[in-house]
Ligand binder design. Structure first.
Ligand code: SF4
Length: 123
């Protein structure tokens, strides 16, 4: 199996090619196209345990803006994105909201917090 990715670990954006080569005892993953070892690590992670961050927004009551932008402090397994989005959608904050404020601690036990990224003052 061959998978192709664009490395997102730095702005260079190397085109990576990862090939799973079946072996007698275990599979070997051959990564090419990477300029540095971070690219290989990224491709291996994408193949074995893809992780993603979320950037979205949460409703704010009584604020100068109706929404506050939020993100996760750590990437989570890609297959949990929809579950976490569901938890974020349930949230409603009350102004004022401060950047860095924790909205959900350890969301769904995934060792990542949902935090505010932009302050919203009272309206
Ligand atoms: S492989 Fe290295 S140089 Fe290329 S995009 Fe990834 S981190 Fe940057």
């Amino acid at each position: 199996m061959v998978r192709e990715f664009t490395c997102i670990m730095c702005p260079l954006g190397c085109d990576l090619r990862a090939e799973i080569i079946p072996g007698a005892n275990e599979e070997e993953i051959l990564v090419t196209g990477n300029t540095c070892k971070k690219g290989k690590e990224y491709a291996m992670q994408e193949l074995t345990d893809p992780q993603r961050n979320i950037a979205t927004s949460v409703l704010v009551e009584g604020g100068e803006l109706p929404l506050a932008s939020v993100r996760l402090t750590h990437a989570i397994p890609k297959n949990r994105i929809f579950d976490v989005m569901g938890e974020i959608r349930k949230q409603k904050l009350t102004a004022p909201v401060k950047a860095g404020q924790v909205v959900i601690e350890n969301v769904l036990g995934l060792k990542s917090n949902v935090i505010v990224t932009k302050s919203v003052g009272r309206g």
